[in-house]
Unconditional design. Structure first.
Length: 240
């Protein structure tokens, strides 16, 4: 495995390493790996760079330390950070996920809370360590998870999503698995091995992966008939 640094912000906040045909992006910003506008811009830039690299087959998003991500940095917001800038950067980051051509796997090494949970749910595949907590918590402190709820609504049954959003009580890793928020749970010491075992399966469709992945997410926003009509166009483009 080789390790690189990407720019001043990314050197401190997002580590980059390569393993076989995968790029690992590791959030590294101390306890909670809290998101700030520069960190979210770094993630967006690194995701785009990895997606455009022909030598990269898949992207893994993970974190250093005991936590995956506890959401936006509330301390910086209280110290005068612009909440609109934070929200705008989060929306831009989440919009990028379905536009990628490469599969994105979340290796959830610890608690994934608030918008950290939205990063997990918006990924194609997620493996979480046993004992981790996953979910929004904003309602428990008198705030609604206005942006973080959107990926949940796209991926989970509304009743499951709302049971977390309205109460602010995160899911256990086991419950997150049961409702489809993640794909697997593993002991902490097995996380990396489990990810590396999964990665070859995510790139089996080869040269058609990018087109198919992007249309998969587009089809979520279409009616049944519209999705079938566009799927015909995509099929024709694939086989020609």
């Amino acid at each position: 495995m080789s390790t690189e640094n990407q720019g001043d912000d990314a050197e401190v906040e997002v580590g980059v390493s390569h393993s076989d045909s995968a790029v690992w992006l590791t959030m590294n910003r101390g306890p909670g790996n809290l998101l700030t506008p520069p960190m979210m811009r770094s993630l967006r830039s690194l995701l785009t760079t990895a997606d455009e690299d022909d030598d990269v087959g898949a992207i893994v998003l993970t974190a250093a330390g005991a936590d995956f991500c506890a959401g936006l940095d509330a301390g910086e917001l209280r110290a005068g950070g612009d909440p609109i800038e934070f929200a705008t950067e989060l929306v831009s980051l989440l919009k990028l996920f379905p536009r990628l051509g490469k599969p994105l796997l979340a290796a959830v090494n610890g608690d994934a809370l608030a918008s950290g949970f939205s990063l997990v749910v918006a990924s194609d595949w997620a493996i979480a360590v046993e004992g981790s907590k996953l979910g929004t918590y904003e309602s428990s402190v008198g705030v609604w998870s206005m942006i973080a709820q959107v990926p949940l609504l796209q991926r989970l049954l509304p009743r499951h999503a709302l049971s977390n959003i309205i109460t602010g009580i995160p899911f256990t890793a086991q419950r997150a698995l049961e409702i489809g928020a993640i794909n697997a749970t593993v002991p902490a010491e097995r996380l990396r091995a489990a990810v590396e075992e999964q990665l070859p399966l995510l790139i089996r469709s080869g040269s058609h992966l990018a087109r198919g992945r992007r249309f998969f997410y587009r089809a979520l926003d279409l009616s049944y008939e519209q999705a079938l009509d566009e799927s015909l166009d995509e099929f024709v483009a694939m086989v020609r």
